[in-house]
Design a protein around this ligand. Structure first.
Ligand SMILES: [Zn+2]
Ligand SMILES: [Zn+2]
Length: 325
């Protein structure tokens, strides 16, 4: 266990939290052991909740099927605030859940960018409260006409764009061509971009193989993601998912220097599908996250690889500044 990953006392229990549809108040948790068995189980979950030493912003959480599953995940892994990345159609349901956990969540809006009404849908979503566009994951090139329209819209609406970069075999390419992305960053200086996923992280190394989603072993410095983060003030990185976790684990010495170098450009995200913030229902069998909560694993890795000040920037300050939280 890393420092800070141990337990939190009752004083860190938020005032009103809904877990599995049950409102937990600070008082009900304190009384749990003495009162009722179901509350005792919930209290135990609270006891095991990690304390990361300050507020944590997860910039990459998808809407849950389970009622109030978003806040259940956050509470379970010690995340105080989250950005919910859903489609414009999921917005109303997300808003209902946000209202039951005031001040804890904001949302981005995504859309299939090949639809002719994609721009209009996103424009409406931002008017209705979305603070970013994403995650955008359509089968297009990152510098094709569909995405260029989105970049222009994002600049006009003054919201960032979060992209899933994935090169690979036909049918599995999303925002293809990350190695050409410098041209876009130069062409759209007023748009803020957040990079994420397999090809963004694999291309920190110069030898990223196009057919391996999660490369292992030593990183060869000078990869395109690393260079673009250094060169362009409008480019940020999202550490979510197995792609981010694998990057942190495959070459820890390199990762520690990378986190230090880009300490003002990186943001913690989980993209975790687990139900309880402790690994229940994790479907991935990838070695870093098998049976585990991605949020917990990534936060633990970040804690180990950074100074407390850099950890704070990556898990809170950078995201709250960029997203004006
Ligand atoms: Zn993604
Ligand atoms: Zn999780």
């Amino acid at each position: 266990m890393d420092n800070g990953a141990a337990n939190a006392g009752a004083d860190t229990i938020p005032r009103n939290v809904v877990v599995y549809g049950v409102v937990i108040t600070r008082r009900s948790v304190l009384l749990a052991g003495a009162v009722a068995a179901p509350f005792a189980a919930l209290a135990q979950q609270q006891q095991a909740k990690p304390d990361w030493g300050g507020p944590i912003l997860d910039i990459h959480l998808h809407p849950r099927d389970q009622e109030d599953g978003e806040i259940a995940h956050m509470v379970g892994c010690g995340v105080s605030n989250a950005i919910i990345l859903g489609t414009a159609a999921e917005q109303e349901r997300t808003k209902g859940r946000m209202a039951r956990a005031p001040g804890r969540m904001k949302f981005f809006a995504s859309v299939n960018v090949t639809r002719p009404d994609a721009g209009e849908t996103l424009r409406k979503a931002v008017k209705a409260g979305a603070i970013g566009l994403g995650e955008l994951k359509s089968q297009v090139d990152c510098d094709g006409p569909e995405m260029r329209r989105i970049y222009e819209l994002a600049a006009e609406l003054q919201v960032p764009v979060l992209l899933h970069f994935q090169d690979g075999p036909a049918g599995q390419v999303f925002n293809g061509g990350v190695r050409r992305f410098g041209g876009i960053l130069k062409a759209y200086p007023k748009t803020n971009f957040i990079g994420h996923a397999n090809s963004f992280w694999a291309n920190v190394s110069t030898d990223a193989p196009a057919d391996v989603a999660y490369p292992s072993g030593a990183i060869k410095k000078g990869g395109v993601s690393d260079r673009l983060l250094a060169e362009f003030p409008n480019f940020y990185g999202d550490l979510a998912a197995n792609s981010g976790r694998n990057f942190l684990g495959r070459d820890p010495d390199f990762a520690a220097r990378f986190l230090e170098r880009h300490q003002n450009k990186l943001m913690f995200g989980s993209d975790c599908p687990c139900r309880d913030g402790a690994g229940a229902g994790q479907v991935s069998t990838e070695k870093w996250i098998r049976d585990k909560c991605v949020a917990r694993e990534t936060l633990a890795a970040l804690k180990k690889l950074t100074t407390p000040a850099v950890f704070r920037k990556i898990t809170w300050e950078n995201g709250s500044k960029l997203l004006k939280i």
